[in-house]
Design a binder for this molecule. Structure first.
Ligand SMILES: Cc1ncc(COP(=O)(O)O)c(C=O)c1O
Length: 362
């Protein structure tokens, strides 16, 4: 029996996407081999690769002026690749820091060139509890780009509107934000996401970038690190993570069957409402530390009256086959990651457990 999986990433994948992989594992389409055992330049894999790109393009309504890329090295390599490609000597890039991952992206940029902090949500207690209001940002209109983390996986905060950066191109780490709802790609010059939350397994990064922005990338860096290399070769410059891309295809096909991003967003909002509703209703026991307007729909964080109770909560939930609930070690508490593969029913099971746990321990 599969567990109710609330892991932050790698996260649970939709069962139909995994079942399809199981059914095709030993013999993909009559080839007598699995898709991971055949050439990435062969007909079978190329069809999968193209289908994944087509599904993504259709579901997000990606304009033809953009290109979808499959990359490797995790979102963390993007922290380095973005400044390597776009931060030229003498230039400057702006960073909106709203959590641990944004801090890491900023730190990487500083190795390459001049990185400026356009906003930092850190409190004197070293916590990140909210995203900025537009008037709080100090954007340099000549910045090579402005980088933000659209959902803060660890801290449980999220951007619902994206800032207007004027002439400065907007670059977003959307690792835990990508594909939970429709969004307007034309607001971004580049959006990237490690797949291991809403899209597929770890090992694949999906990036969507404006073609003219890619073309601006520096040519004095190794080829493998240039976006243009991957774009010019349709993400087949070197061997891509073929099995990962295949699973991404299965997940995207499942999403389309679910009614696409509009239907998926409706479910995700219902899940978040159920969780925050429970936390707020039992406010003598549960407390969400983040600002209300910044509360993430994907990663719902909360505290209990003591760390001992938090530990017991995680272990009692585990006994009921609910996994992945422990908050990130840097912030503690409980974190419910409610990505697309988590159903409304899964959340109902969890919220009734929360009610019961509060009654028994409150
Ligand atoms: C928002 C965000 N950015 C970046 C990362 C780092 O991703 P990776 O481990 O793929 O490098 C994570 C990982 O959880 C994340 O949540």
């Amino acid at each position: 029996m599969r567990a109710l999986n609330f892991s932050p990433g790698p996260a649970g994948l939709p069962a139909p996407a995994l079942e399809r992989a199981r059914d095709e594992l030993l013999d993909y389409g009559g080839t007598g081999a699995s898709i991971m055992e055949v050439s990435h330049r062969g007909r079978e894999y190329e069809a999968v690769h193209e289908e994944a790109i087509a599904l993504l393009t259709e579901m997000l309504g990606i304009p033809s002026s953009y290109q979808v890329l499959f990359l490797q090295g995790g979102a963390s390599l993007q922290f380095a690749m973005v400044p390597m490609n776009f931060l030229a000597a003498g230039g400057s890039a702006d960073y909106i820091i709203t959590g641990t991952w944004g801090e890491k992206a900023y730190e990487e940029a500083k190795f390459i060139g001049n990185a400026r902090v356009a906003f930092n949500s850190i409190t004197p207690e070293k916590q990140h509890l909210r995203v900025p209001r537009p008037h709080e940002l100090s954007i340099d209109s000549r910045a090579a780009y402005v980088h933000l983390t659209s959902n803060n996986t660890i801290e449980g905060t999220q951007f619902f509107d994206f800032p207007d950066t004027g002439t400065a191109p907007l670059v977003a780490d959307m690792s835990s934000d990508f594909l939970w709802r429709p969004f307007d790609m034309s607001r971004f010059a580049l959006a990237y996401a490690g797949a291991q939350k809403n899209i597929g397994p770890s090992g694949v990064v999906v990036a969507v970038a404006r073609k003219d922005f890619i073309a601006r990338g520096r040519r004095d860096i190794p080829k493998i690190l240039r976006y243009s290399t991957h774009a010019d070769n349709d993400s087949l410059y070197n061997t891509p993570p073929t099995f990962g891309v295949y699973l991404v295809r299965n997940v995207l096909a499942w999403m389309k069957e679910q009614g696409g991003l509009v239907a998926i967003e409706r479910r995700n909002r219902e899940k978040a409402q159920l969780l925050y509703g429970t936390i707020d209703r039992i406010s003598s026991f549960y407390r969400c530390p983040v600002e209300r307007e910044s509360r993430s729909v994907m990663n719902i964080v909360f505290r209990l009256p003591s760390e001992a109770l938090e530990e017991r909560f995680v272990s009692d939930a585990n006994k009921r086959r609910m996994i992945g609930l422990k908050g990130h070690r840097s912030v503690g508490g409980i974190r419910v990651s409610a990505y697309n593969a988590v159903s409304v029913e899964d959340i109902r099971v969890l919220t009734s457990f929360m009610e019961e746990f509060a009654r028994a321990n409150g």
